[in-house]
Design a binder for this molecule. Sequence first.
Ligand code: SF4
Length: 276
Amino acid sequence: MDIRELVDNHLANKENNRDHSYWHVSSLGMCLGGAYFERLGVLPDYNNDARTLRIFDVGNIFEEWLLDVAEPSLEKDTRMERQEDLVDEELDLTGHPDATIYKGKDLLDTWEIKTMHSRGFWHMDNEGQKGKPHHRLQLWSYLKMSGGAKGRLMYVSKDDLATRQYEVLADDKDLESEFSRAIGELNGAWKTKKPPAIIRDHTDWRTGYCRWHSHCLESVGLTDIYVSESQKEIYRAMETHKGYHNESVPGRKTPLRFKIVNIKDYRDQLRSVEKN
Ligand code: SF4
């Protein structure tokens, strides 16, 4: 038995199980283009590597740990549900809050737990954030779907188990309008089969998590791929080894040039496409 192989195979199988029949609440604060292509069934440019999957799973392990610590302290007549299935058929949206707390049938509280390095706490304080904006949106969306009035966004640091928590309220108007914009854009794109507007600023942090660059940029007529600094190596490897998925996508008309372009070239390309 090779333990590394065992763990990596287990995590790879988990990743392939994502349900594509709905939008996922966790995508609403990310780049909507990625959510659109994923739901459409377009293969990403590359799979998450084994290390990334292990990091995701470590997050889940920490979350479970925090819930195990908190659950026994709940009041006697309350109960915790973990990963409850929430579905809004009208909006085509699904999500699974980490924990929902009930007293009888009454929903008292909703918890969403995130892991980060303790340095992340410092960054949030420095920027005056009460939790990361996309995490606040995620929790607010759960409240909207479940009818909850308030929730708690909890953070646990992976290096020293320090914790933070912030409140999110269902009557937060800013989150409500952010939610309507995101889900409106996704459902509009689904109806017209036109991808959501692309992110113009590729220094935007969301582009660093995007694995659909080639499809997205091709959809606006670009064939050179701009990727963020952190993804350059991956795309270089794809270019060298032809280990990317694009060749397996039926209907691709133009071969993509896996060229790493700088931001200025990318912006020039965008401008010329927009003019035509
Ligand atoms: S390439 Fe950029 S705009 Fe397109 S889906 Fe990815 S992050 Fe979004």
